[in-house]
Every structure is written in C-alpha cells, then in structure tokens.
Design a protein around this ligand. Structure first.
Ligand SMILES: Cc1cc2nc3c(=O)[nH]c(=O)nc-3n(C[C@H](O)[C@H](O)[C@H](O)COP(=O)(O)O)c2cc1C
Length: 421
C-alpha cells in the first residue's frame, strides 16, 4: 500500500496557527505597485488567483521598509498608513482561499541598480560586482550607528502596519545579498564595530530586527526569516556561519525559517553559479538532483528548533514527498512554478501533476541567463494578474530587453515620485 501523502499533512507553527498542507509559495517580486507605491489592482488580482491555487502559505515579493531603499522601482512600500485601504484589500484577496498570507519585508542595501538608487547604503562601502554589469551598481555609503537603529525600527513599523492590514505574518528577508545578508557576509561586511567581525556581530542586525518585529506584533503573528545556507562566494558567508546563526535564532521566537542561497553576484537561488549547476546532477536521488539547498537543510534540521522551509529547484511530487519523508524539511517552497501555473500546489497535492516542466532558459552570458529567467517568470505573473493564461510567446532574450526598458521607465517614474513624496 502506498504511504500516505506527507504533502497533504497540516503543519502547526510555534505561534499556534496551522498551515493546511506542506507547500508554500516562495517570494517573487511582482513589480506591481500603484502610483503611490501601494498594491495595484493587478497585484490584488494576482493574489486572488494564487489564493485559490492550493498553497498553504503565500509569501509576497519584497515589500520595502524605506521609500529611499527599493529592490526595484515598482515595489510596494509600507512605512506609514498611507495605503492602508489597498493593503487591506490585498490581504483579503490573499487570504480568500485556505492559505495564510505573509509579506516579505526587505531592505536592499547596496544591491540595487544605480538607475533606481545612485546613493545606496550598506555595511561597508563596497559595490556589487557582476561581470558584464560594470557601472550598473553604485558604491554604497557605509551605514552609521543611527542609520542602523533607524532601519531596525523601520522593519518593526512595517510589520505592525501589515498586521493591521490583515496579513498573517511577515518574513524578514535575510538572504540573497540584500542588506541583512550583506551584514552577515564577511565579503561585504568589513566593519570593525559591534556590527562586524565575528558571526555574532555580523548577525546582530538580523537578530535585532527579529526581536524588534516580534515586540511590535506580539506572539500570535507569524514571524519568519529567509536565510542563505551560504552565499556561494569565496570569503563569503559559509555553511558554518549559517549554522551559528540558526543556533542563535533558536533563542528568538521564530515561526518559520526558509533556507535559500546566493546573491546577485552568485545567483545560487536560480540554480546556477557562473553557469554551473548547484545540484548533484548525477545523483541517483531525485531530491538531490533537483533541490538546491536540501543537503544543508538536512544537517540544519538536527539543530534548528523552528520549522524549516526549503526553496529552490523543487519540481517533482516524488522529490517533495521524499524531502518531507526524510524529515529534512517541514515545508516545501516553490517560486517559479507558481508563475507558470498558479494552481500548481493543488495540481501536485491531488496528483494531477507529477512533475513541473518549466521552460529552460539559457543565454550565452551566465548573469544574463539568471536575469532572463527572472524576467520570464515576472512576465508570466503579469499575465496571470491580467486574467490571461501564462502563455509565453516572446523569446527569453526579447522578453529581457523589453523588461529592461519597462524597468528604466519605472525607475524614472519612481525618481519623480520620490521628489514629490
Ligand atoms: C521573478 C522572481 C522574483 C523573485 N523575487 C524574490 C523576492 O522578492 N524575494 C525573495 O526572497 N526571493 C525572490 N525570488 C527567489 C525565489 O523566492 C526562490 O528563492 C527561487 O526562485 C528558487 O525557487 P524556485 O526554484 O522554486 O523558483 C524571486 C524569483 C523569481 C523567479
């Protein structure tokens, strides 16, 4: 007799709330704000569709804590109650099915294109360096003590506002080379004060943000963190660092820890670093062949006290079941599959789909491949938001070019808005 599906089992989180099954939609920056950087009608419509797609948890894309620090020019910004009515409508849409809705709250630090922000901030004055992208990122200013304290408060304020709007939780973005991840990594954090040096110091910002957010929202609201298993760069954040951070996070009140990896410079979260795969392609195990960070998660499961979600590469129902069966992970995270099929969670849970087949995108330059891949998923999300079926016609390179043009226009609009706001 086949063993019962682990994917269909519920999961009770430390805050007492229950996730209906074991599939979570991981964050994907939607780039769908309205003219005031609140959620647009398209964004709300997209979550209405995803709410009915069977996932137990919907994590939004980056929601920004500071209007002067965006990851992209079309981000939703939550720093006061200016867009509260729209935020409430967004929350209602995302929660209209069986899923919990959590907002991912973020600060990009230095990792923002110069056309969006020519004066970024970071732990140290070191610019992002990507082959073929010279001049696209400005040298950041190193943050002062007062700046850091202000950023900690901002995360807490944003979380509280989202709670008021009706969200079930927030996820603090501590991965992918954004500000908190820059503090964690010795590659980007060269500080000699209390915020740099030892892993205890490098993780101080993350821990202070977690604590400030928890204090602001109370014990019943979901609070999670997205953390890199490593940043896949020489001299960077290592698995040993990640282990030390997770052990420190054990003493905070966290409801979920999502494991990922990489940054713009080494985009392991897309499955490729320098054009090379981050999985064991020849392994006899399906999970090892497809899921990027599972080997680390398995080790982390032994010492992490909070529930673990792992995101990156999960494509087969059997691979997901095996990861749960192995008890390496409590929740399966998927991102791109939701941009190609908004009902992918129910299709997997019911057994209608055994394997997600995504369009394989490969351009001659590795960094461009990752960008084209992201742009491709984003354009599919925009189709879903407009009530269209995800039906890609345009080639990935043309799609990337058109998305760059759109981004440029959006960056100009954002600069004008910032001057007025
Ligand atoms: C279009 C797009 C936008 C993304 N935006 C975010 C984001 O806002 N925050 C985040 O943590 N990860 C973001 N990611 C990364 C995903 O959450 C995920 O870690 C990655 O795509 C690997 O999972 P997958 O193989 O299931 O797609 C994005 C990915 C894509 C494709």
């Amino acid at each position: 007799m086949a063993s019962p599906s682990r994917l269909r089992q519920s999961l009770t989180l430390p805050n007492g709330s229950v996730l209906a099954n074991r599939i979570g939609k991981a964050s994907m920056e939607e780039s769908l704000c309205d003219a005031n950087h609140g959620p647009s009608q398209d964004l709300i419509a997209l979550y209405q569709v995803w709410a009915e797609g069977g996932a137990a948890l919907l994590l939004t894309g980056n929601v920004m804590v500071d209007r002067t620090a965006l990851t992209g020019p079309n981000n939703v910004i939550v720093e006061n109650d200016a867009n509260m009515e729209e935020l409430k409508t967004w929350a209602k849409a995302g929660k209209s099915g069986a899923a919990q809705l959590w907002a991912q709250i973020s600060h990009p630090g230095r990792q923002v294109f110069a056309m969006v922000n020519a004066e970024p901030v970071a732990p140290s004055a070191i610019a992002v360096e990507i082959k073929g992208a010279k001049g696209m990122f400005a040298v950041p200013r190193a943050l002062t003590e007062d700046d850091i304290q202000d950023i900690i408060k901002r995360f807490a304020t944003t979380a509280k506002l989202l709670q008021e709007a009706g969200f079930d939780g927030v996820q603090i973005h501590g991965a992918h080379g954004y500000l908190i991840s820059q503090f964690l990594s010795p590659h980007t954090n060269k500080r000699t004060d209390d915020w740099g040096g030892s892993i205890e110091n490098r993780s101080r910002l993350l821990r202070e943000v977690v604590r400030a957010v928890r204090t602001a929202v109370g014990d019943k609201f979901g609070v999670g963190v997205k953390l890199n298993s490593a940043d896949f760069q020489r001299g960077g954040f290592t698995e040993e660092d990640a282990e030390a951070v997770i052990k420190m996070l054990n003493s905070e009140k966290l409801d979920l820890l999502e494991i990922s990896g990489g940054s713009y410079e080494a985009p392991a979260m897309t499955g490729l670093v320098d054009g090379k795969s981050v999985v064991e392609e020849k392994s006899s195990s399906t999970t090892a062949r497809e899921a990027y960070f599972l080997t680390f998660a398995k080790k982390a499961r032994a010492y992490a006290k909070m529930p673990l979600m792992v995101t990156g590469g999960f494509r087969s129902r059997s691979g997901m079941e095996a990861a749960l069966e192995d008890e390496a992970v409590d929740l399966i995270g998927m991102a791109k599959p939701f941009s190609h099929n908004p009902s992918i969670a129910s299709d997997i849970l019911t057994g209608k789909v055994e394997r997600v087949d995504l369009k394989k995108i490969k351009l001659p330059i590795a960094a461009l491949t990752s960008m084209a891949d992201m742009a491709w998923s984003k354009s599919q999300m925009h189709r879903i938001a407009q009530g269209k079926r995800p039906a890609p016609r345009v080639g990935p390179f043309l799609n990337l070019v058109s998305s760059q043009i759109t981004q440029r226009k959006a960056a100009k609009r954002y600069q004008q808005w910032l001057k007025r706001a």
